[in-house]
Design a protein around this ligand. Structure first.
Ligand code: SF4
Ligand code: SF4
Length: 311
């Protein structure tokens, strides 16, 4: 049960960023097939966002699975009443549904940014009253935001970054986030965490990293991004306590590469941090030389924008 929302979700939530145009860029048909395969294996919870560009994948999947069989969570960066209305209408139209289960604010950084989104939150409350959504959410990489939503009755669900190394937390360590999440959950806020593998960087420790997050009973669901059926099978095996053969883990790890997301701010901090000379600055942002990159992950901690991933 996702907090006080009355929405029942599977313990694993399938994240769709990894399959979409920003990362693996599999086709909408392949994405829809992956979603259907996940439903067939007991996953009912799907996380997306306007920014990910994968609404069509869900639309196609919904031709094969009943609407009520899945819970959809999406969000956007809008901060005005009208902007939020436009984004929700777009999600409804492009996914082809008459309600979205959970809709909210993408990537809130502080109490101040939450305050700056007050009009958008007001629209979400109106949308909830009209039955267009069932719950209002906030996603975040900040401990401060998890603490703030605990005392905001208008927010039903929080979607925080959480992994055993604290990768990606912008204002504290893993212990700070752990305490904030437990308190939010104790107050009735639904919690589903993101990035149990730290944006792919814990790819050599998948079983331990996923089991660590799932060991926190007060986290209602753990969202993990996948891009193919083999990753789905491995994650499901780990989530249900089954052992995954070492050769399978090694073969998945061997397919990994470094990805710099499109929102790179061109600050150059990662380039200075890389001792292998694998990064340089291109016209659109930092670029990686795959022949030099050893996937050590040292550059990650230097990227304030959290736009370096292992995919
Ligand atoms: S992962 Fe390591 S080798 Fe690759 S770019 Fe980052 S710091 Fe350099
Ligand atoms: S540290 Fe991040 S934002 Fe800065 S240049 Fe590197 S990838 Fe881009």
């Amino acid at each position: 049960m996702l907090g006080r929302t009355g929405i029942e979700v599977s313990r694993l939530c399938l994240g769709t960023l990894t399959m979409g145009p920003l990362q693996a860029n599999i086709s909408p048909d392949e994405g829809a097939n992956l979603i259907c395969q996940a439903v067939a294996r007991g996953i009912n919870f799907f996380d997306t966002a306007e920014f990910y560009g994968v609404y069509e994948y869900l639309h196609k999947a919904l031709r094969r699975v009943p609407r009520e069989a899945i819970v959809i969570s999406s969000r956007c960066y809008q901060y005005t009443y009208e902007g939020m209305r436009d984004s929700l209408e777009r999600a409804l139209r492009e996914i082809g549904v008459d309600y979205i289960d959970i809709f909210g604010l993408h990537e809130q950084e502080s109490r101040l940014t939450l305050k700056g989104h007050a009009d958008a939150i007001r629209y979400l409350q109106d949308a909830k009253e009209k039955g267009l959504i069932r719950a209002v959410s906030v996603s975040t990489h900040a401990v401060e935001v998890v603490n703030a939503v605990r005392v905001m009755p208008e927010i039903d669900v929080v979607h925080p970054i959480f992994n055993m190394r604290g990768i990606g937390i912008i204002d504290g360590d893993v212990g700070d986030m752990e305490r904030a999440i437990e308190a939010a959950s104790g107050s009735g806020v639904g919690v589903y965490s993101m990035k149990p593998l730290g944006g792919g960087h814990l790819y050599r420790e998948v079983p331990d990293a996923l089991a660590w997050v799932m060991g926190h009973d007060y986290i209602d669901s753990v969202a993990i991004g996948i891009k193919n059926l083999r990753e789905l099978e491995v994650d499901l095996a780990i989530a249900s306590g089954r052992e995954v053969p070492q050769e399978v883990l090694l073969s998945l790890a061997g397919e990994k590469r470094l990805l710099i997301e499109k929102w790179c701010a061109k600050c150059g901090a990662c380039i200075d941090a890389c001792g292998h000379g694998a990064l340089s600055m291109g016209t659109e942002g930092a670029v990686v030389d795959p022949d030099r990159c050893v996937l050590c992950g040292y550059c990650v901690a230097h990227c304030r924008e959290f736009c370096i991933k292992v995919v």
